[in-house]
Design a binder for this molecule. Structure first.
Ligand SMILES: [Zn+2]
Length: 295
């Protein structure tokens, strides 16, 4: 998944490079039809090669002729209204190579983030810094989750509960943003959608469906508790996904309208205990009045 995203991002950077160069070639086309220009250009490149050879053999290079040829090239460009024309690369740092001095350029990093977001299921992201400043009572919760996003995920299940409209969505949008900044591959799915997919999965044994939930680096399950429960499917597969992810130590973030009591009533014990585990989970309850964090 990650390799595919880097490959796609790199393809976009390369496309930009090709477009910039094609644009340049188009502008320069009249020059390349001018016989005098072609000859001058040939002379210039031959002089360059010859001077490099001379330098290598300790002879004195003919720098004057080389400079004269270059000056003539520039004069002809100006004649065609192309003075000082350069290839207009999108990224001036790496000339749309994606890498500079063996390091990933910021343009490629940005494109990777964009690709992760595109594949994540999130339509919008929020900024922790902004939310921490403006969220009043919620600030400690935002702070804690920002820390978690930058941690090594020892606690790898986050359960965010609370009624509609208390800011669960804002919170996970901030988390998604922070995780994408770290280059983490995230995926968000709503519990109702997942439940329907699981039903199909049982029917057709389509391993790709279950694999994408088990293997993705960080999974957000939104609105747990609002899904339709299909017999012999929903509960079994939710448990399977949560358990597999726990074994693989992959972080899962769940939002729900159900507080812990309702969670216990709605789901079987083995699912409840996967979600609420002292050692591996963080439970957050947002109720619009007081915001409690339980470890
Ligand atoms: Zn760049």
């Amino acid at each position: 998944m990650k390799q595919e995203i880097v490959r796609n991002a790199m393809a976009i950077i390369q496309q930009r490079k090709r477009e910039a160069e094609a644009e340049y070639d188009k502008k320069m086309a009249p020059l390349f039809c001018d016989e005098e220009y072609i000859q001058t250009y040939k002379t210039y490149t031959n002089l360059q090669i010859e001077n490099a050879r001379k330098l290598a053999y300790g002879e004195s290079p003919d720098e004057k002729s080389e400079q004269q040829a270059l000056d003539k090239i520039e004069r002809m460009k100006i004649k065609y209204g192309l003075g000082g024309e350069k290839i207009n690369y999108s990224c001036k740092k790496c000339n749309d190579e994606g890498y500079k001095n063996g390091q990933m350029c910021t343009c490629l990093k940005k494109e990777i983030s964009r690709q992760i977001l595109k594949n994540s299921g999130f339509e919008e992201l929020k900024d922790f810094e902004v939310e921490i400043k403006t969220s009043g009572d919620l600030a400690p919760v935002y702070k804690k989750m920002q820390e978690w996003c930058n941690s090594d995920f020892k606690k790898n299940l986050i359960y965010i509960a609370g009624p509609i409209g208390v800011g669960k969505t804002y919170l996970i949008r901030c988390m998604a943003n922070e995780l994408i900044k770290r280059g983490k591959i995230i995926k968000m799915v709503s519990a109702p959608y997942m439940s329907i997919e699981f039903k199909e999965f049982t029917k057709y044994q389509d391993t790709e469906i279950i694999k994408k939930y088990i293997e993705c680096e960080i999974l957000f399950i939104d609105d747990l508790g609002t899904e339709t429960m299909f017999k012999n499917s929903t509960l079994e597969n939710i448990y399977f996904v949560l358990n597999e992810r726990k074994i693989r130590k992959l972080p899962t973030i769940i939002t729900s309208n159900l507080d812990l009591n309702d969670l216990k009533k709605t789901y079987e014990e083995r699912i409840y205990s996967r979600i609420v585990d002292r050692n591996t989970s963080i439970t957050i309850y947002l109720d619009g009045h007081d915001k409690r964090i339980k470890k």
